[in-house]
Write a protein that binds this ligand. Structure first.
Ligand code: NAD
Ligand code: TYD
Length: 342
């Protein structure tokens, strides 16, 4: 017998890739996708699975405790991905981050605890940004699961609050919660505010790419399919109460990344616009993913550089309709057309 998995935030970048992975790789499982469709939620991302009888979409907010409780009662596990996800937006306006990421996580945990039929497992998709920043001059230092949390941006702090609430529900109520902390993802359907799709689509529109500060910031890039597979592995085999880091062992500076993108797109340095740095910009993220590898046997298989970046750039080149509709805002009409009268 398959399971029914409640995925929150399934219309976003990672969520849509995850929902499709379950439907493809777990033919007995069903997915309920709860998403409020913020600016980054796009049902077009799921157009090819929306008629699958194993998939259903619920338009709603994770902070709606009653709704989440009702949905949880009909599901066997929850993968909680719904979040406000962009650091720059959290600097402009932190409050929606506190509401969605902190309060929203508490309502998911409470629903898992109180659901009809007894408590169910929750996987909380956290982020490596909860650890804060590593130093450039200490290249051997890595994030390990036992480090204290030291988030710097309002985004990271709101995710850390959700992360700690998961710990509290496990320690206090014995809830079966696993936490994953992943590095920067790239791949299809990423909203073009994040650096890779922003730079690629800017270049395709003949614009420059805005590189923050000195560009010597380092991120550990992972293909979204590897992340989704890791989350599925933790959902199925993770130990209750444990935290699992997920990373690609693939550190690149923003300068290096930008030059790779320029090279792949036949552009040069003149397309870079050096702009004012992001306040509180974390210098370096780098993951030690030994635990998930040794305990659960997961390792990245689709993130080898530069091939993985090349595939991602190619996806945006091949899916001009998708990103043009996203950049123009036209994708917002899809819900009205496809769902409003159902
Ligand atoms: P995204 O912004 O593309 O998607 C977020 C989704 O959540 C959207 O569909 C949005 O509509 C939905 N959502 C937001 N608030 C909601 C609410 N209150 N109720 C219901 N739905 C809501 O983000 P993403 O990049 O796909 O990130 C997904 C998760 O993965 C987030 O929790 C994020 O913190 C985490 N994460 C992301 C990365 C990354 O590199 N993108 C890395 C590590 C962890
Ligand atoms: P981003 O994609 O926003 O992810 P995060 O902040 O969660 O790591 O940014 C990745 C890196 O790229 C980060 O160091 C900030 C930098 N960046 C730029 O230089 N220019 C940009 O326009 C953006 C959006 C990001």
């Amino acid at each position: 017998m398959g399971k029914t998995i409640l995925v929150t935030g399934g219309a976003g970048f990672i969520g849509a890739n995850f929902v499709k992975m379950i439907l493809r790789d777990r033919p007995d499982d069903r997915v309920v996708n709860l998403d409020v469709l913020t600016y980054s939620g796009n049902l077009e991302n799921l157009a090819d699975v929306e008629s699958d009888p194993r998939y259903s979409f619920v338009h709603g907010d994770v902070t709606d405790a009653k709704l989440v409780l009702d949905l949880a009662s009909d599901c066997d596990a929850i993968v909680h991905m719904a979040a406000e996800s962009h650091v720059d937006r959290s600097i402009l306006d932190p409050r929606p981050f506190v509401v969605a990421n902190t309060l929203g996580t508490q309502s998911v945990l409470e629903a898992a605890r109180r659901r009809e039929g007894g408590p169910c497992r929750v996987v909380y998709v956290s982020t490596d940004e909860v650890y804060g920043a590593l130093k450039l001059d200490e290249p051997d230092s890595l994030f390990t699961e036992d480090l204290p949390l030291a988030p710097n941006s309002p985004y990271a702090s709101s995710k850390a609050a959700g992360d700690l609430m998961c710990r509290a529900y496990h320690e206090t109520f014995g809830l079966d919660v696993c936490i994953t902390r992943c590095s920067n993802n790239h791949g299809p359907y990423q909203f073009p505010e994040k650096v890779i799709p922003l730079f690629v689509t800017n270049l395709l529109e003949g614009k420059k790419v805005p590189l923050y500060g000195d560009g010597k910031y380092v991120r550990d890039w992972l293909h979204v399919d590897d992340h989704c597979e890791a989350v599925l592995t933790v959902l199925e085999n993770g130990r209750p109460g444990e935290v699992y880091n997920i990373g690609g062992n693939n550190e690149r500076s923003n300068l290096e990344l930008t030059h790779s993108i320029l090279g792949l797109m036949g552009k040069d340095e003149s397309s870079i616009e050096h702009v004012t740095d992001r306040p509180g910009h974390d210098r370096r993220y780098a993951i030690d993913a030994t635990k998930i590898k040794t305990e659960l046997g997961w390792a990245p298989t689709r993130s080898a550089w530069p091939d993985a970046l090349e595939r991602t750039v190619r996806w945006y080149l091949d899916n001009e309709d998708w990103w043009k509709r996203v950049r123009s805002g036209a994708y917002r009409e899809y819900y009205e057309k496809q769902y409003a009268n159902r």
